[in-house]
Each structure stands twice: as structure tokens, then as C-alpha cells.
Design a protein around this ligand. Structure first.
Ligand code: SF4
Length: 277
């Protein structure tokens, strides 16, 4: 870790068990379903069920992290077999944390292993990966106060690189289909928040934001999307966090059922039993 910006403690019970910070993921969870936020962060209920997509995405992330860690160490890029070994190890490590993995239709561990093989092959061959940028951090944690009165934001940055004139924040994504530039711009709230913290790390450098998107298609693609750092949108994103936090702090926890979120929610039985307390 190259910077743990601000170690100020802001213990607030609704921020979550053993936490004194908020994350973009927690904010997003609340925005998608306030009751799910409560079950996960406030009540810290065990999660026994998980979607295969979550485990798969995490295991692909681990393989990419290994690739860039080897570059950071000045080593040769890992072989496909090495990346697949990291993928399998990460899959096993994550899978043992749950009692039930919910696979999609026609999916199983073997089909997802074959998909990982195709995706990591595409990753190794992608020009988007063969850049001269200098890797300075992988899974970097940055932390700091963005809004007075709101707990620190903790950012975990997938990949931090430098060019001759800029600091580049890259977020890895696995997606069902190819992204458009518009989709990248619309998904940029997390990166915009992270850019506010990264700016403090190297105040003299321009901060650039980038998604590296690997598709889970029959013929996987790997594409990089640069996202504009727009101060007006950054400010708006910070304000959204502020108002979301105010709702969390006030204890507004209620179910927000949706066909997108409920099928993979690990708290469905607790949700059914919820009586509004
Ligand atoms: S089942 Fe749906 S409504 Fe209930 S907590 Fe989970 S996401 Fe929210």
C-alpha cells in the first residue's frame, strides 16, 4: 500500500460492524436496496449464498492482479497456465466461504473454467494490456475524508499506473457484453470518487480514469475505456454520497425489491421475515 491517507476514525454504528469508513460498494448496496445494506453492513448477517458471477468475477480479478503484480516486480508476464492456476485457486478460496453457489442457466464450474481460459487468453493477447505505463500499485487502498461529517471513503483501486504526465486509475470489469463509451461514462461514479482521493496523492499530476472491460462472451473481448474527469460530475457524485449517507445515518432501511437484485440476494429469507422493525 502506498498511501493510507487519513487515519481519522469516525465510528458510527450504521457504517457497519468493525468499520469506521464507507466504501463505494456500500453506498451502491444502499442505493439498490436499503434493507440489504442493513442486513449486510449493520446486522452483519452471514452470507451463505452467492451468485457464480460474483465468484467468477473475483477470480478473474485475482488473475489480472497477478499479471500486473509480476510486471510491478519486473518479471516476465505470466503464462496462461499460471493465470489459470491463480483463477482456480481464487475460485476455490472464495467458493469455500459459501454453502450454496447459484449458477446461471447452463453454467457449472467446468463451463466457467473454459470461459476463464478464453477470457485470459484474450487478455494476454490484448493491445490494451501491452502498455508502457509504469505500474505503481495493485489493489491499492486510499482513504480520506471527502465530505465533512461523513465517514472517510475507503477506495480499493484495481490498478494504479503512471505515464510521463499522469496518474492513471484503472478498474477491471467483467461484463456480459461489450461496453459502449456511453456505458463507461455512466458507470464512472466510483472512479470519479477515487480520483478525488488520488488527486491528493500526486497533486501535480493529471488524474486519468480507465475501465478495462473483459467480456464473458463466446469470443471474449478486452477493451479499455477512458472516462473524462469532469469536476462538475465529480462534485455531483460526492453530493450523492453525502445524501445517501444521511439516509443511512437516519436509519432508513426498507426493502426495494427488483428482478435485478433479489434473485442473487443472500438475505431473501431474512427479507421475507422482516416485519419493519
Ligand atoms: S430480497 Fe430483494 S428486497 Fe429483500 S433485501 Fe434482498 S434485494 Fe432487498
Amino acid at each position: 500500500m502506498i498511501a493510507a491517507a487519513d487515519q481519522r476514525s469516525t465510528p458510527v454504528s450504521v457504517v457497519g460492524a468493525k468499520r469506521d469508513y464507507i466504501s463505494h460498494s456500500a453506498i451502491t448496496t444502499y442505493q439498490q436496496c436499503p434493507l440489504r445494506y442493513r442486513f449486510k453492513y449493520v446486522d452483519a448477517l452471514p452470507e451463505t449464498v452467492v451468485s457464480s458471477a460474483l465468484i467468477f468475477g473475483g477470480a478473474i480479478h485475482s488473475a489480472l492482479e497477478f499479471h500486473f503484480t509480476e510486471r510491478l516486480c519486473g518479471n516476465e508476464s505470466p503464462s496462461l497456465d499460471q493465470l489459470l492456476d491463480v483463477f482456480q485457486e481464487a475460485w476455490q478460496g472464495r467458493a469455500t466461504d459459501y454453502e450454496d453457489i447459484r449458477f446461471g442457466k447452463g453454467e457449472d464450474h467446468n463451463s466457467l473454467s473454459a470461459l476463464a481460459d478464453r477470457m485470459l487468453t484474450a487478455f494476454r493477447e490484448s493491445p490494451a494490456v501491452a502498455s508502457d505505463d509504469i505500474v505503481i500499485g495493485i489493489e491499492e487502498e486510499l482513504r480520506g475524508e471527502l465530505i465533512p461529517g461523513v465517514p472517510d471513503l475507503l477506495a480499493r483501486i484495481d490498478l494504479l499506473t503512471t505515464t510521463s504526465d499522469a496518474l492513471v486509475i484503472t478498474d477491471f470489469k467483467t461484463a456480459r457484453s461489450r461496453w459502449s463509451q456511453n456505458q463507461a461514462e455512466n458507470s464512472s461514479s466510483q472512479l470519479l470518487l477515487y480520483s478525488e482521493l488520488a488527486r491528493r496523492l500526486m497533486p501535480d499530476r493529471e488524474v486519468r480514469l480507465r475501465f478495462l472491460v473483459l467480456t464473458k462472451t463466446k469470443k471474449p473481448t478486452v477493451e479499455a475505456f477512458n472516462v473524462k474527469v469532469n469536476r462538475r460530475r465529480s462534485h455531483r457524485t460526492v453530493l450523492v454520497v453525502k445524501h445517501t449517507w444521511r439516509a443511512i445515518e437516519a436509519g432508513h432501511f426498507y426493502p426495494a425489491p427488483s428482478p435485478m437484485n433479489c434473485p442473487t440476494c443472500p438475505f431473501r429469507s431474512e427479507c421475507n421475515a422482516w416485519t419493519g422493525d
